[in-house]
Ligand binder design. Structure first.
Ligand SMILES: Nc1ncnc2c1ncn2[C@@H]1O[C@H](COP(=O)(O)OP(=O)(O)OP(=O)(O)O)[C@@H](O)[C@H]1O
Ligand SMILES: O=P(O)(O)OC[C@@]1(O)O[C@H](CO)[C@@H](O)[C@@H]1O
Length: 304
């Protein structure tokens, strides 16, 4: 089973406006609501690709009910830890450009935090655990450390889409894969990355610090996969970009699902690239057919 942990789920409120003027009344054409949060998106995509998954994390209030309800309706297994406070609402404004306003997230009590740690009790080395996204500010740094340690104790394969201190801690537990985008990679090492060679060198440091694979996503330029056996570039097909929200999550789902199925890193990379781009070309997360079609338009090349 592939479990995802979303500490900070959200309702993604997607608003399309023909144009956006700050300080003025703007009228929307369409508004859509989705159950969001990085780990939840990963679970949604795993489910779309027919991989067994259960979404874990904190949900509460009317917003939490919406998130759980949407996922249940889609047939997705969830085992969320209930909290008193309301899960957040993140605003995604789609106009000539995309603007996001992400809320900080709910207050989580010490008992609620403890309850989530206990939900990992049944997880074993046959499973995969994915921790994705931000941490609500009410949770301490030491809770995050505890959570990552607890994840490692289960013996499961570990996957992280986290940044900063959480990524630093995660690396020491030899995760199967970490997935920063190029900006997060630059920020993590406090450097400026000018070209693919810089990104590759910097990505290599993630392996030196413990990651078994590092997937550095490059938006419309595809992604780099760093492994002990070489560095690979995967292309991104061209298409009409509708929504870049969730591309990175789709990528993690594609990689982790295929790797758990076959153990083949190249196949996993290919599915991750197709899922990421297909989501960029969809209003919501991509559908399986679109992902399968895109696999034919992607090339993977060893560059080092
Ligand atoms: N404009 C695009 N055209 C084609 N493919 C894209 C585009 N944007 C993203 N992708 C695909 O999706 C992958 C992930 O995108 P990106 O690098 O934006 O991740 P991210 O920053 O983690 O995204 P997010 O946080 O919005 O989910 C890319 O590596 C690429 O394969
Ligand atoms: O605040 P975080 O956890 O970093 O990001 C949350 C978020 O922007 O990420 C997802 C897309 O990747 C969205 O569904 C969600 O709104």
């Amino acid at each position: 089973m592939i479990y995802t942990i979303t500490l900070n789920p959200s309702i993604d409120y997607v608003v399309h406006t023909p144009s956006l003027e700050l300080g003025a009344l703007n009228k929307a054409n369409t508004c859509m609501t989705f159950a969001g949060g990085k780990g939840i998106n990963v679970s949604r995509m795993l489910h779309e690709l027919s991989y067994d998954t259960t979404a874990l994390g904190f949900t509460g209030g009317f917003t939490g009910d919406f998130i759980t309800g949407e996922l249940k309706t889609a047939g997705l297994a969830t085992d969320f830890t209930p909290i008193q406070d309301d899960s957040r609402i993140n605003i995604k404004l789609k106009s000539e450009t995309e603007t996001e306003i992400n809320a900080p997230g709910p207050t989580i009590t010490a008992q609620e935090a403890d309850a989530l740690l206990h939900q990992l009790d049944g997880i074993s080395d046959q499973d995969t655990l994915i921790l994705s996204g931000s941490t609500p500010p009410s949770l301490s740094h030491s809770f995050r450390q505890q959570l990552i340690q607890r994840m490692a104790q289960t013996g499961a394969q570990l996957v992280f889409d986290t940044t900063g201190e959480a990524l630093k801690t995660a690396l020491s537990f030899k995760p199967l894969i970490v997935k920063p985008n190029q900006h997060e990679l630059a920020e993590f090492f406090g450097v400026t990355l000018h070209n693919r060679q810089d990104i590759s060198r910097c990505g290599q440091k993630l392996l030196d610090l413990g990651a078994r694979h590092a997937l550095v996503s490059l938006g419309g330029d595809g992604a780099l996969l760093l492994t002990d056996n070489g560095v690979y570039h995967g292309s991104a097909p061209t298409g009409q970009v509708k929504n870049s929200v969730g591309s990175g999550d789709s990528m993690i789902a594609g990689f982790t699902g295929k790797w758990a199925e076959t153990g083949d890193v190249t196949d996993a990379f290919l599915l991750s690239l197709a899922a990421g781009s297909a989501t960029a070309f969809s209003d919501d997360l991509a559908e399986r057919g679109a992902i399968e079609d895109l696999t034919k338009n992607i090339t993977i090349q060893r560059i080092d």
